[in-house]
Ligand binder design. Structure first.
Ligand code: URA
Length: 256
């Protein structure tokens, strides 16, 4: 049997317990009474989390080795002060994942946890997102996760039009560098702001859109799924659509 001794202080143990509790809550939210554990769970276990937390002070995004271009870009923009959020952020949240990802997921803006750590989608909604990806056999480090805004709006207020205008070029450049097969926007806000539409999320989910010549699908924000578990059925349909799309490499006719 594989055993390893790890000595940590009491606060770290509490922190690990909190994280495991959050993880299993998110697991329950997604799968109800079925406990689905697979080998990928080991990625979330304490030792790896501790390691991640130790290296967090380096404030580098967790992205692949051979991503010179993206890393250079990160260093160019991480000190951005183009809007007022630069003054209130703890960390600039560049995005995380593979620089060669086929799938890019885009949320709204960093929340409190993300601002503190500099990594997107690591709170409760982020844990659910990780499980959603796992349910279609994707790991976080195989996709690229980013937000419309790179800095947290105070008290999680809605991003303002001028903030989006200043920040969106960064996202567009990341998309150009990563060149994903598919973009998935998470929730009404990211979808509506990137697609410049006021249409309802339900309507937007029905089509493949075009974002700067990249196919874009719309699905629910994991935080919405935590609030409204009845949406999980539709979210699962979207996940299957995303997975089929990535497998088939469908080349749709893009509409503006
Ligand atoms: N919600 C988002 O839209 N983005 C994050 O990074 C975290 C929560």
């Amino acid at each position: 049997m594989w055993l390893k001794k790890l000595t940590v202080d009491e606060n770290t143990v509490d922190d690990i317990l909190d994280k495991l509790t959050d993880f299993f809550k998110a697991q329950k939210d997604l799968y109800g009474s079925e406990l689905i554990l697979n080998r990928k769970l080991s990625d979330e276990l304490p030792e790896k989390k501790l390691q991640a937390e130790k290296t967090e002070s380096a404030k580098e995004p967790t992205i692949d080795e051979n991503l010179g271009q993206l890393t250079t870009f990160y260093h160019e923009i991480k000190g951005c002060m183009k809007c007022a959020l630069g003054a209130t952020r703890t960390h600039f949240v560049f995005g995380a994942g593979s620089a060669q990802a086929d799938l890019m997921l885009i949320g709204e803006a960093p929340g409190r946890d993300e601002d503190l750590k500099g990594i997107p989608f690591i709170g409760r909604a982020g844990q659910l997102l990780t499980l959603m990806l796992q349910s279609i056999n994707l790991k976080r480090d195989e996709v690229f996760i980013a937000n419309v805004l790179k800095c947290r709006p105070p008290n999680n207020r809605d991003p303002q039009p001028d903030e989006i205008e200043k920040c969106e070029p960064y996202l567009i450049k990341q998309i150009e560098m990563i060149s994903p097969k598919l973009i998935v926007t998470l929730g009404r806000f990211a979808s509506a702001s990137l697609l410049r539409t006021k249409s309802a999320l339900g309507t937007l989910r029905e089509e493949i859109h075009n974002y700067n010549q990249v196919p874009l699908l719309v699905t629910y924000h994991p935080a919405a799924l935590l609030r409204n578990p009845q949406l999980k059925k539709q979210a699962w349909e979207d996940l299957k659509k995303i997975s089929d799309y990535l497998k088939k490499g469908t080349n749709p006719v893009l509409r503006d």
